[in-house]
Design a protein around this ligand. Structure first.
Ligand SMILES: NCc1[nH]cc(CCC(=O)O)c1CC(=O)O
Length: 322
């Protein structure tokens, strides 16, 4: 288990040690520590080191995400570290991982998904329904903005950025009436007690990959792939493959208000729901489809085609000119 595979192109710090590239945020560290603990549990004797890597998204903490461009903002430098063999493993929030990437990298494992829903933290009014007209809600996400405005066109959606704790504090301090964050991130950080309303499917759909981790390694690094394989959860993997396929088919390189929810169903199939919005949430296109579990890619393509037939391209083009 710890021997270096003769066919791999990497140079390890030593046999029996793997390095995990991670962002430095509390959430990223929690996620990488979690992967590290699972790996050590599965492979007794394995040493795992965390290597902190700053991404463009960590350096520029103020610009709106939509303005910086977004693609690979939180992942590119970590992928580069994988490619130049500075680390063997990269742990990403799958939601932040672009659908297009280097052929040299693969998702070695997609562990079981945490709750994929969004969460409202509105300490005074508590629910979306109870917010007074014109209430201020913070989010930097075009998808959350569009879904909030679709439900409550009167809300004032304020663009905010920063790590989970910073954004949470804007609601707790009363600077804003509320913020919307991922339930998964709050749970991992032990902050889910602040949630006043879960904003979940089928009404409020998450981002593609939300709540899931993507653990990348080099495609040719057979020994690391073998170490990661037992962390994979096939149900989560096929759900996010379907979601990511729809996103890849529809995106024109811009950040788009697209929400998706893939999951296994009780009848042995899987389902994929996808909603696409214009930036102000006036229009909502929605497709829900089911298909066999062994072809999530085809399900994702099918849903993208149906959304196109409804006019998704026209909506999404509007999204690129905010
Ligand atoms: N870049 C933001 C980001 N990326 C992943 C998560 C949460 C964890 C997850 O969705 O897996 C968050 C924070 C948030 O949306 O509140």
């Amino acid at each position: 288990m710890t021997a270096i595979d003769a066919t791999s192109v990497d140079a390890r710090p030593g046999p029996g040690t793997i390095r995990i590239g991670t962002r430095g945020s509390q959430l990223a560290r929690w996620q990488s520590e979690w992967v590290s603990a699972r790996l050590r549990e599965l492979h007794p004797g394995l040493r795992v080191e965390l290597v902190e890597i700053k991404t463009q998204g960590d350096r520029d903490r103020n610009s709106p995400l939509a303005a910086i461009g977004g693609i690979g903002l939180f992942t590119k430098e970590i992928q580069r570290a994988l490619l130049d063999s500075t680390v063997e493993v990269a742990v990403h929030s799958l939601k932040d991982l672009p659908t297009q990437g280097s052929e040299e990298l693969i998702l070695g494992a997609v562990p079981v998904r945490e709750d994929a829903a969004d969460a409202l933290i509105a300490p005074v009014h508590r629910t979306l329904e109870a917010l007074p007209p014109g209430a201020t809600i913070g989010t930097g996400s075009l998808r959350r903005r569009a879904q909030l405005l679709h439900a409550r066109p009167d809300l004032q959606v304020v663009g905010i950025r920063g790590n989970v704790e910073t954004r949470l504090n804007q609601a707790l301090s009363g600077t804003l009436d509320g913020v919307v964050l991922a339930e998964a991130g709050l749970r991992r950080l032990g902050l889910a007690g602040h949630v006043t309303q879960r904003l979940g499917p089928p009404l409020f759909l998450p981002a593609v990959g939300q709540g899931a981790l993507g653990i990348e390694c080099r495609a040719l690094d057979a020994s690391t792939r073998a170490l990661l394989a037992p962390l994979d959860d096939p149900g989560t993997r096929r759900a996010v493959i379907a979601e990511r396929r729809t996103l890849a088919e529809l995106e024109g390189g811009c950040m788009i208000p697209l929400a998706a929810w893939g999951r296994d169903t009780d009848d042995g199939l899987m389902a994929l729901d996808v909603a696409v919005f214009d930036p102000d949430g006036l229009e909502r296109l929605f497709v829900s489809a089911t298909g066999p579990r062994d072809n999530p890619d085809s399900l994702g393509r099918q849903v993208a085609e149906q959304l196109r037939a409804q006019g998704a391209d026209r909506l999404l083009q509007r999204g690129s000119h905010p």
